[in-house]
Design a protein around this ligand. Structure first.
Ligand code: 3HC
Length: 282
């Protein structure tokens, strides 16, 4: 693998771009708008500056890393890539459309991975003529810090594709965990209902948001509390994952809390809109 394609420059996309570029891969990036590309590159640049400040990276290394990132709004930039990681919007129809396009323009042996947080790999793969080369490669936020990548095979994903992706995951310094296709896979099936429950506890007036978070930090040794984590992940993403769990299992224990819905309707999505359960303007 030499050339990696990344589709999407949001929170996850930018992190994925950074990790591959830092490891020496040429990274081809496609986003729909120039402004999204600029925002993604700015995120990577800011993260690298943080490493320079800590004297873990030099200015020269940063220039080299940024030089390995090639961008376009045209999907044909993906043509020569050996692996593509799709980190676009969590919408099944949009993903299927993208995968169908990629299938048409990419080399025959290109693997197309999706960073979906809960959607069916099998269904995404069904939009292509290469379901054996479609796989889930699920990174965690913040991508440069978090060690885990969930590797999810769809019904038709070949063992060979899985082995390549497991090997690559290790090579970029992450730890792969193989997961059978199931709604929310492993982490999000545990983590997102926990955040949803914390929202319910807040709505019930059981404790303040600060105390809910403090309780989980000190009582369960979590690095940040569930409401702060919801803000980090994005409350829209949390809601989308709860919807998938609720619809797929049909079990009321996965019902998104009305307060979570209300926050999303108000565009209080967390860090990305500068306000969620906490305010990030300062
Ligand atoms: N990008 C890159 N690096 C970052 C970062 C970011 N956005 N945020 C923090 N860091 C780095 C810091 O530079 C620091 O690095 P160092 O220790 O090597 O110097 C390290 O992370 C610790 O950062 P801080 O000291 O500033 O702050 P914290 O101690 O609070 O750590 C955290 C920040 C790593 C984000 C920590 O709070 C944490 O682990 N939170 C939980 C994260 C989590 O659970 N993520 C999973 C979310 S679910 C998901 O992503 C799935 C998706 O499908 C929804």
């Amino acid at each position: 693998m030499k050339k990696i394609g990344v589709l999407g420059t949001g929170t996850m996309g930018a992190g994925i771009i950074q990790v591959f570029a830092q490891k020496g891969y040429e990274v081809c990036v496609r986003a729909r708008r120039d402004s999204s590309i600029e925002r993604g590159l700015a995120t990577v640049s800011k993260n690298l500056d943080r490493l320079i400040k800590k004297e873990r990276l030099t200015e020269e290394q940063k220039t080299e890393i940024m030089g390995r990132i090639h961008t376009s709004t045209d999907i044909s930039i993906m043509k020569e890539c050996d692996l593509i990681v799709e980190a676009a919007t969590e919408n099944m129809e949009a993903k299927k459309e993208l995968f169908a396009q990629l299938d048409e323009i990419c080399k025959e042996d290109t693997i197309i991975a999706t960073n979906t947080s809960s959607l069916s790999i099998t269904e995404i793969a069904s939009a292509t003529n290469r379901p054996d080369k479609v796989i889930g490669m699920h990174f965690f936020n913040p991508v440069p810090v978090m060690k885990l990548v969930e590797i999810i095979k769809g019904i038709a994903t070949s063992d060979e594709t899985k082995e390549v992706i497991v090997g690559l995951t290790k090579e970029i310094g992450k730890t792969p965990v193989e997961v059978e296709e199931a709604p929310g896979f492993v982490v999000n099936r545990v983590l997102i209902p926990m955040i949803n429950e914390a929202v319910g506890i807040l709505a019930d007036g059981v404790a303040t948001k600060e105390d809910i978070d403090e309780a989980m930090k000190l009582g369960a040794n979590h690095p940040i509390g569930p409401l702060a984590l919801g803000d980090l992940v994005g409350l829209d993403v949390c809601l989308a994952i709860m919807e998938v769990l609720y619809n797929e299992f049909g079990d009321s224990k996965y019902r998104p809390h009305p307060l979570l819905r209300k926050m999303v309707r108000a565009n209080l999505l967390g860090r990305k809109t500068k306000e969620g359960f906490y305010n990030y303007n300062r």
